[in-house]
Design a binder for this molecule. Structure first.
Ligand code: FO1
Length: 313
């Protein structure tokens, strides 16, 4: 069974860890957000691709939800001595990933090639694809000017007012090799519980991806990142509001209209089911908050069951 996922960072990483307990790694494809990518000290950082790769390699710092477990930050401290900006915390071993990626990109390799190489070198057999090899950058519009996503999220701690969100570069970007084909030939497509505006939004902004989602014969099933009127983690609420989306499973469904068929929602959001039906999305009430490995695996099983029920298998 070929399972394709659209994925951001932390929330996606949890569901993906669950999915690899249900399907062989080689049957799973991740289409990862690169709108959060940034440059630090001349290095190309792909936070969401790395979060997913580290999670599947069993190396993620689970408490932080990013970076490597047991990490040290000696280089960061040394860079501070030399007057460098250090608000974006790059760990010592994490730097090896960014150095490898940056060198490969400078040698002319596409991001998809180095992403596959990094995953293989860390023992991950899941196919991890960036949404695009072309630069797409999520920019946060604030009253004081535009910020990159990492400036907004990490440096400003998501505390500044947001008046808009742009996906710079998206209109002229193309899907990375394998992205469209994997959606078209999938047996199941899963939209991970990731921020609809800054994780899933940039993926959908790459021309060709929504067309593939509309035309695939695979059931497309999502897991709501919004529970009880708030994001499970991160600033999704404020960003959804600014895009005119309700901070509820309905807003999540609207961000994915009209190709999303089913959405798993928390029991607290049961009352949203009729609104979802009105926009053509069937709601499935399930325990969608993942706080341990058993819940990750149980939710992954449930998502696959829901997807397969639809096909009558
Ligand atoms: N998130 C933080 O909140 N603070 C950090 O200093 C930070 C550093 C960092 C370094 C490498 C990396 O791959 C991710 C990092 N993140 C950090 C996470 C990242 O900002 C977000 O998780 C994603 O961009 C949102 O999905």
């Amino acid at each position: 069974m070929r399972v394709v996922t659209l994925a951001g960072g932390t929330g996606a990483a949890k569901l993906l860890r669950g999915l690899v307990t249900c399907v062989p790694q080689r049957d799973l494809t991740v289409i990862g957000n690169t709108g959060d990518d940034t440059e630090v000290w001349g290095l190309h950082i792909s936070p969401d691709l790395d979060t997913v790769t580290y999670a599947l390699a069993g190396m993620l710092d689970v408490e932080r939800g990013w970076g490597l477990a047991g990490e040290t930050f000696n280089c960061l401290a040394a860079m501070a001595t030399h007057g460098a900006e250090t608000w974006f915390n790059l760990g010592d071993r994490d730097l090896a990933t960014h150095l490898t990626r940056t060198r490969a990109l400078r040698d002319g390799q596409p991001l998809s090639t180095v992403t596959a190489r990094l995953a293989a070198e860390l023992g991950v057999a899941v196919r991890i694809l960036p949404m695009s090899d072309d630069p797409v950058r999520t920019m946060i519009r604030t009253p004081g000017g535009r910020l990159t996503f990492q400036e907004y999220f990490v440096r400003e701690k998501a505390l500044v007012e947001v008046v808009g969100v742009d996906y710079d570069g998206a209109p002229s970007a193309g899907p990375a090799p394998g992205v469209v084909e994997s959606i078209q030939t999938a047996d199941v497509v899963i939209v991970c519980p990731s921020n609809p505006v800054t994780s899933i939004g940039p993926i959908l902004a790459v021309p060709g991806i929504v067309d593939a989602l509309r035309s695939t014969t695979a059931p497309v099933v999502g897991v709501s990142p919004i529970v009880g009127g708030a994001a499970v983690s991160g600033p999704a609420g404020a960003l959804m509001r600014v895009r005119g989306l309700a901070v509820s499973p309905l807003g999540v469904a609207e961000a994915c209209a009209p190709w999303l068929r089913r959405l798993l929602i928390d029991p607290r959001d049961r009352a949203c089911a009729s609104d979802l039906a009105r926009v053509g999305v069937e709601a499935d009430v399930a325990d969608i908050v993942m706080t341990d490995r058993a819940q990750e695996a149980a939710l992954a099983r449930r998502v696959l069951e829901v997807a397969l029920e639809r096909r009558g298998t």
